[in-house]
Design a protein around this ligand. Structure first.
Ligand code: EPU
Length: 442
């Protein structure tokens, strides 16, 4: 298990190039199961662990994939007989529930392991399964698997808003199933996240009529009977830039930057973050596909809630908390999407941060001096929070279990080093050798 060792205090400057969107790419990869013809994807963040896991799952489902340069992935379905996504792979990544829709549409049946527990809180999938039922599938839970069958899916109106609002992956899952339905499907209470638009963009590139993505009402014209050998023809699609990686580097620039330019991003997808940065005194120059952020010594305190798009994203809650530790007063963050997503909080305390949790809310007393510490990453975005705190903490930080970070940030240590940060990746063995050497040198 790799470790990041960070010498805090270096001011960052220069530019960083944003990778393709992880959460945009994952459902699109699963959507390739709807196709018979070759699929060519560009700008896929192929080095991410979640992308590698997805390609493995696709292989078990009869898809041959080739990863090329610059994020190109070519996929060809060779065998449509398998309908089962196993526990071993699915339990590594919740997004794999997204093979439910395409398998049902193309193969008439799906057995997908229930993803199980997650360190960011409870993540049920009943909205996904209700959506499949609304399209006429019979769904049951058998031995830890979601089992869905449909001789023929039928287009229908599907309502997808639950107790915490809509569901991003659920919307994408139902969109993919609806491709194989007879007639039109209308998804009401659909998620509006840009990643849903990426799925819609891919389906359109494959010739499917989809409208309304980006709004709460999405319409999909079903193709009917895909399971009778009539998969989609294939085609080419480019994955948009990752708005969460973009936001993470904007926050890194605010925390530790002199002047950092984020390149190849889509600023219009980060308006909630840009508005917040403006309110707390961080200046950002916004171009068409670039943003330049000026670092600050401290920020004004703020009271903010994480909500579905276009509001402030829950995926940036952790990285934001690292910045608010530099606040000139008490900040309040409430996560209304994942109310238990606060694993980073107790680790932030190890840096000396004054943070505490009350229900779905974190209270951050800004201004406490941060000093380097050994901390444990517990999930993807919590890891990013700890790395950002390490950049500004006084002295040396070691972040353990960096494999969480590798699920969603491509080569983060290289990107940060290019900006002037002192970050190295060590295997546990290398760290051990370093320690022995230090001991030997007295
Ligand atoms: N929910 C239900 N029932 C369901 C599904 C969801 O109650 O059937 C609840 C969830 O428990 C949560 C809320 O609805 O409280 C929103 O969950 P959603 O289904 O939208 O989350 P998701 O689709 O499983 C995606 C991203 C997450 C991101 C969330 C919210 C992917 C692969 N994952 O998850 O990304 O936090 O949307 O924007 O797209 C990450 O990248 O680190 C990550 C966790």
């Amino acid at each position: 298990m790799d470790i990041f060792r960070i010498q805090g205090g270096n001011r960052l400057s220069g530019s960083v190039k944003i990778s393709g969107s992880k959460n945009g790419a994952l459902p699109v990869l699963f959507a390739s199961l709807l196709c018979d013809g070759p699929v060519e994807l560009r700008n896929v963040p192929t080095e991410l662990r979640d992308i590698k896991t997805t390609l493995k799952i696709l292989e078990t489902l009869g898809a041959r994939s080739e990863v090329g340069e610059y994020g190109s992935v070519n996929i060809q379905i060779q065998d449509v007989s398998s309908t089962c996504a196993d526990y071993e792979l699915v339990s590594a990544m919740r997004a794999s529930i997204c093979c439910l829709g395409p398998l049902l549409a193309r193969r008439g049946e799906a057995r997908v392991s229930l993803p199980g527990g997650c360190s960011i809180g409870d993540r049920p999938v009943e909205l996904h399964t209700r959506g499949m039922e609304a399209l006429g599938a019979e769904v049951s839970i058998e031995n830890g698997y979601v089992v869905a069958r449909a001789a023929q899916l039928k287009g229908s109106t599907v309502y997808l808003s639950g107790p915490m609002g809509s569901t991003v992956l659920g919307t994408q899952n139902v969109m993919m199933a609806a491709v194989g339905a007879e007639g039109e499907t209308v998804i009401e209470g659909a998620a509006c996240e840009p990643e849903v638009q990426a799925t819609a963009g891919f389906l359109r590139a494959m010739g499917v009529a989809v409208e309304g993505d980006g709004t709460p009402v999405i319409r999909i014209e079903g193709r009917g009977r895909l399971d009778q050998g009539g998969g989609l023809g294939g085609g080419s699609f480019g994955i948009p830039p990752d708005r969460i990686e973009t936001g993470t580097y904007l926050l890194a620039g605010a925390i530790a930057g002199d002047k950092v330019t984020i390149e190849g991003c889509n600023p219009s997808e980060n308006l909630a973050l840009l508005d917040l940065l403006n309110r707390i005194g961080v200046s950002v120059e916004v171009g068409t596909s670039t943003m330049t952020v000026q670092g600050v010594e401290s920020v004004a305190p703020v009271d903010i809630s994480m909500l579905p798009y276009p509001a402030f994203p829950t995926d940036l809650q952790g990285p934001l908390m690292a910045l608010l530790c530099l606040g000139r007063g008490v900040s309040i963050i409430t996560d209304k999407v994942f109310p238990d997503r606060f694993n980073h909080l107790s680790e932030l305390r190890r840096f000396g941060a004054r943070v505490r949790k009350e229900g779905p809310t974190a209270i951050i007393e800004g201004g406490a001096p941060l000093s380097g510490a050994k901390v444990m990453a517990s999930d993807l975005r919590a890891s990013a929070c700890l790395v950002l705190a390490g950049l500004v903490a006084d002295g040396m930080t070691e972040v353990y279990r960096i494999y969480h970070l590798d699920r969603g940030y491509e080569r983060m240590e290289e990107k940060l080093r290019k900006l002037g940060a002192e970050v190295e990746r060590l295997s546990e063995k290398e760290l051990e050798q370093d320690r022995e050497m230090e001991l030997a040198q007295g």
